[in-house]
Write a protein that binds this ligand. Structure first.
Ligand code: ADP
Ligand code: MG
Length: 463
């Protein structure tokens, strides 16, 4: 009965335990670590949340869970729930202790729109964070290591050395995942004036503010942010007025040494119709690329995402699929879902035969004619080395680089194992091969010239 939980601490503990039992650990840590509950009348429970961002998200994603948990704990039929935002209270209690007993804060009825101006962006278009887009769910490899490390640095020390951080890469390679991982971390650290929004929403917000003659509110909302995270800034292409406004927003935040983090599908200089002064602003800090993951990383992602669905994907099956799903990580996720239904719906075992039968439509045909000889030939031509040299023990760069490129291409384009590739190059063991592949993948993410060279080799071989 409710009386048995009259003590706030007990109510809190019981409610959090019920909620924890209903959601993943990850979600719990992200969203409920700083949530507290207290009685607010005989049939009313106040849910104290750290900020408005969290409020929006909890209402959006976890309302039913909270309700269920509170029903169990209080034994009330549909207890009334009121959310209380710590931030909205003027004499906001000191950080880390926001939920100290007796801190009455402005309360928001579930259904009433927020009447207050908010410090956290609580725009109708604001995208709620995906609880899965956190750092610990992000699989790293040579193709994304720099971008990942930079994002972590920004999350740990916003406004530090990587300001702005500009991450670019093709669709489905993890830009949104990384920017949201930073948002999660900053929120967890208690940052309240965080703005995370897609560039399209920023644009819409600006246009509607113009229409309504409400630019002051718009500017206050963005320019007072402690961190400004904007996804997909290529959307600024050819939008002069929005660019102008964005330029001033950027300067306001940057000059206060607050963090700016931007993502885009291309380099600043390659966004068409982006004014020169924005291009140079975007390049002030660190520009890092997310490149398509190499085979080893794709296998690791498959195995990780499979495990999340309770699926044990063996290394062989992982390699078989990853060799044939190459475009981006979103496709890899699609493949994992198919593997999952293969096991749970078709009730088949997970092995190469079953995967080959069932996923044929999804899996790219491996180019048949590519063998080691062909790879070797094209690399020899491209780098101008002699055939014998690649198999020799020579270690000068003019030989090492093409040898490593051969190994990289063999791994990408043939079904050979690391050991097989190693034996082809004079008995090198699989860790040496792995190291070589890693080196090339890393070099490709920082050296655009080499990247283009290898990609065009790859294209030619596949023809
Ligand atoms: P983008 O914004 O670059 O188009 P997303 O961030 O939306 O790509 O990523 C597409 C999907 O792939 C998401 O579900 C994301 O979680 C996943 N993903 C991308 N890169 C990785 C990675 N390195 N590790 C784990 N998941 C990833
Ligand atoms: Mg995205």
């Amino acid at each position: 009965m409710i009386q048995s939980y009259s003590d706030t601490a007990l109510l809190c503990e019981a409610a959090l335990r019920e909620i924890a039992a209903r959601i993943s650990d990850e979600q719990f840590l992200t969203w409920f670590q700083r949530v507290r509950f207290s009685h607010d009348g005989p049939d009313r429970i106040a849910v104290h949340v750290p900020n408005r961002f969290c409020l929006t998200f909890l209402k959006h994603r976890f309302l039913a869970t909270i309700q269920e948990a509170l029903e169990v704990v209080t034994q009330l039929q549909q207890p009334r729930i009121e959310f209380v935002v710590a931030d909205d209270h003027e004499s906001s209690v000191s950080r880390g202790n926001e939920f100290a007993a007796g801190a009455p804060a402005a309360s928001h009825n579930l259904n009433s729109a927020s009447p207050r101006s908010t410090r956290v962006l609580d725009h109708p278009d604001a995208i709620p964070l995906n609880p899965d887009y956190t750092f610990d769910q992000f699989v790293t490899g040579p193709s994304n290591r720099l971008a990942h490390a930079a994002a972590i640095a920004v999350a740990q020390k916003p406004g530090g050395s990587y300001n702005p951080l500009f991450i670019y890469g093709a669709v489905g390679l993890g830009k949104t995942h990384l920017i949201q991982a930073v948002a999660h971390t900053l929120l967890d650290q208690g940052m309240s004036r965080l703005v995370y929004i897609s560039c399209a929403s920023f644009t819409n917000d600006f246009i509607s503010a113009l229409d309504r003659n409400a630019l002051d509110g718009f500017r206050a909302r963005y320019r007072e942010a402690d961190a400004l995270l904007i996804d997909d800034v290529q959307f600024l292409a050819n939008k002069e007025r929005t660019q102008e406004e964005f330029f001033h927003t950027f300067n306001a935040i940057y000059n206060l040494q607050k963090q700016v983090f931007l993502t885009s599908d291309s380099l600043p200089s390659e966004i068409s119709g982006l004014g020169e002064r924005l291009v140079s602003r975007f390049k002030l800090g660190l520009v890092a690329q997310l490149a398509p993951p190499a085979l080893e990383t794709r296998v690791a992602i498959l195995i990780r995402k499979g495990r999340k669905l309770g699926l044990e994907i063996s290394q062989d099956v992982g390699e078989y699929v990853a060799q044939r799903v190459r475009e981006n990580v979103r496709e890899i996720e699609g493949a994992v879902l198919r593997l999952h239904s293969l096991v749970t719906i078709e009730r088949r075992p997970l092995n190469i035969e079953s995967v080959r039968d069932s996923l044929a439509d999804l899996l790219e045909e491996l180019p048949q004619r590519i063998d080691m000889a062909k790879i070797l030939q094209s690399v020899l031509e491209e780098f101008g080395v002699q055939p014998g040299e690649l198999h020799s023990r020579k270690r000068n760069r003019s030989v090492v680089l093409p040898r490593q490129v051969c190994m990289y291409l063999a791994r990408q384009l043939t079904g050979h194992s690391l050991g097989e590739i190693g034996s082809y190059f004079g008995d090198r063991d699989h860790s040496t091969v792995l190291h070589s592949i890693d080196k090339i993948a890393t070099a490709m993410s920082s050296d655009a010239h080499l990247r283009v060279r290898i990609q065009s080799l790859e294209e030619r071989l596949k023809r």
